[in-house]
Design a protein around this ligand. Structure first.
Ligand code: PBG
Length: 311
């Protein structure tokens, strides 16, 4: 009877797989703080994408990890057509065609030597407007490389409008924008820093949101929609279910939530110690995120869970 009356059901198509691809490696590199997740080689990424398709996952969100020596102050690998993310986008599109929505992280933090999501001014502060110019170019090269969807995650003011305009002007009207709308300055991103070999020292508090606040998220939401966001996202997911519910109530575009690296790591670590039941905890966390209002969930367990849902 529980099965019959359940109000919330997970479906493989709810899920989007975030995946890392690292330049210049011949074997996948395990991420210590995310057991089961790797930095892919170009080949292993293609396999992971094919597995996601087979499991019924609806999308893959790609993050590129360039060779350390290629990082610089303006994040050049992010706009180089031969940068690792662009190469991976082409690889994955060649592998999956239109069977999987191919999405790209649109942010500078993976490619800058200082690790910030934007370029810096002379005082070392993130320069919002100079960053927007870099984002416009990133949007163009990612679309050219085959991204169906771009995911701006840098939280610069005005980023959605600038990216929409850049895409349209370059003839990419059909490339959609999944806006990281309410992205909080969270301690739970910790393992991700290892995953992308981040160079960041300090924090992102000047551009990501304060965990104490709701109203600024609703303001970000209104701005992103006005600027042309096709879908909006709340991130992290678990500690921000109230924000997710508010956002889902307020809009008529699809709403996504990102169950981030720290949320993943906590469950894996506790399960490894035998303190919680891993599979039940994963399903419960994902069901809670969907119940709160997420249409789609980015989760590192996407393929595994989609396979289970199909069995
Ligand atoms: C920034 C970005 C981050 C994540 C996704 N995009 C890190 C940050 O803002 O510090 C985190 C994802 C995760 O923790 O799983 N490009």
């Amino acid at each position: 009877m529980r099965r019959m009356v359940a109000e919330t059901r997970l479906h493989p198509a709810d899920l989007i797989l975030p995946a890392f691809v690292r330049e210049g490696v011949s074997e996948p590199v395990p991420i210590g703080s995310m057991p089961g997740v790797v930095q892919h080689t170009r080949d292993s990424l293609k396999k992971a994408a094919a597995e996601a398709v087979a499991a019924g996952v609806s999308g893959i969100m790609l993050f590129g990890v360039p060779e350390e020596s290629k990082k610089d102050a303006v994040g050049t690998p992010g706009t180089d057509p031969d940068g690792i993310l662009q190469v991976a986008l082409r690889d994955v599109r060649a592998e999956v065609g239109d069977d999987l929505l191919v999405m790209s992280d649109l942010c500078l933090d993976e490619t800058t030597d200082h690790g910030h999501c934007g370029v810096l001014d002379e005082q070392g502060r993130v320069d919002n407007d100079a960053t927007l110019e870099r984002y416009a170019e990133m949007a163009r090269v990612q679309a050219e490389a085959g991204a169906h969807v771009v995911g701006p995650s840098g939280m610069m003011d005005g980023q959605i409008g600038v990216i929409r305009q850049a895409l349209d002007r370059a003839g990419h009207q059909d490339v959609a924008i999944l806006a990281y709308t309410a992205k909080y300055a969270s301690a739970f991103y910790g393992p991700f820093r290892e995953a992308v070999a981040s160079s960041l020292k300090g924090d992102r508090k000047t551009y990501q949101q304060d965990p104490a606040n709701t109203r600024e998220s609703l303001r970000e939401l209104a701005l992103d929609l006005e600027e042309g966001a096709d879908m909006v996202m709340v991130k992290p997911a678990g500690p921000y279910l109230d924000i997710l519910a508010r956002v889902a109530d307020a809009v008529d575009v699809p709403v996504a939530a990102y169950q981030i690296s720290g949320e993943y790591a906590m469950i894996e670590a506790a399960a490894e110690k035998g303190w919680i039941e891993r599979d039940r905890a994963i399903m419960e966390a994902l069901t809670g995120i969907k119940r709160a209002g997420a249409r789609n969930i980015l989760t590192y367990w996407a393929t595994e869970v989609a396979q289970k849902l199909r069995d």
